[in-house]
Design a protein around this ligand. Structure first.
Ligand code: NDP
Length: 286
């Protein structure tokens, strides 16, 4: 079997055009330009790279972007004050707290300081709870991007057995909620799961969000399974692979996301979509 490529670059391009148009319409209707702020604590090179990519994404669709950069030695009170200031500023619609934070800072405390209506990463417990209850919510970008890919390629979910490997608050758990909301039957696996290969073999849809190169192999998959690979693993200088062994899995799956070029490119587009959504909700309340 040759698997259908679930191409994140193609979808990201389509979404970019769609979001640009919606942002222009929103501006014409309300006078607002969606505005995103990143609160970053200095000292992490990977974060610097990611923040630049967010800036480019915002500029690409006509959103405003601002960076609130705090010193590496910043304390919890200063961090939370910066988040609260952005939360209370009516000209700001979306806030990202750039992770990871240095060890002296609490991520939970920082997230709690966010206005949930501006939490465009979908990390606040209010948004996680609303997602779990099927209420309108700002959903974490990476799993939302995975769902957008499944929809783009018209992969049906109702009644399918979805196996999600990984249970983080950023990817695995919200993905499980999203699949459940679409009537998939769900299994969530993690580091203590017994007989992982056997469980993965039951999946019509298998999603891997672990951070271990090649953890899921073709031999584990049910023939014809649809595979979403969220893993980002740098195995050599400049060489990134997913959690799924592409060589073997792409011969067994009916559809699969590549790494790079699968779930990754869609993630930033989901961030933009959340920012526009937040701006729309906030404008309705103004
Ligand atoms: P975390 O480290 O927070 O979570 C990893 C999960 O994998 C945990 O639930 C852990 O289980 C589980 N796990 C670890 N080892 C195994 C194993 N041997 N078998 C089964 N499960 C295991 O990672 P994230 O969710 O933040 O990220 C996962 C991957 O996705 C990473 O590679 C990350 O780089 C990537 N990522 C990709 C994004 C994108 O845009 N595509 C964005 C965000 C992340 P336990 O809970 O028991 O510890």
């Amino acid at each position: 079997m040759t698997a259908l490529l679930l191409d994140g670059r193609v979808l990201a391009k389509e979404l970019k055009a769609q979001i640009s148009q919606q942002a222009a319409e929103f501006k014409a209707r309300t006078g607002y330009v969606p505005q995103l702020v990143v609160v970053q604590v200095a000292g992490n090179a990977a974060s610097d790279w990611y923040v630049r990519s967010i800036r480019r994404s915002c500029e690409g669709v006509g959103f405003g972007f601002a960076l609130h950069l705090l010193p590496e030695t910043c304390d919890q009170t200063t961090l939370e004050a910066a988040i609260q200031q952005a939360s209370n500023d009516p000209s700001i619609h979306g806030i990202i707290i750039q992770m990871p934070l240095p060890s002296q800072l609490s991520a939970d405390g920082a997230v709690a300081a966010l206005n949930p209506q501006k939490d465009v990463d979908g990390l606040h417990p209010t948004n996680a709870g609303r997602l779990a209850q099927g209420l309108p919510a700002l959903v974490p970008n990476t799993p939302a991007g995975g769902m957008a890919l499944l929809d783009r390629y018209q992969i049906s979910l109702a009644g399918k057995h979805a196996v999600v490997v990984g249970r983080s608050n950023v990817v695995g758990k919200p993905l499980a909620q999203l699949l459940l909301a679409r009537h998939a039957t769900l299994t969530i696996c993690h580091s203590r799961t017994a007989n992982l290969a056997e469980v993965i073999g039951q999946g019509d849809i298998v999603a891997a969000a672990v951070g271990k190169a090649g953890l899921v192999t073709g031999a584990m998959l049910k023939p014809g399974a649809v595979v979403l690979d969220f893993g980002i693993n740098e195995v050599a200088e400049g060489q990134v692979v997913g959690d799924v062994d592409w060589e073997s899995a792409s011969k067994v799956a009916s559809a699969i996301t590549p790494v790079p070029g699968g779930t990754g490119p869609v993630t930033n587009m989901m961030l933009l979509q959340n920012t526009l959504q937040a701006a729309q909700w906030l404008a309705e309340q103004a």
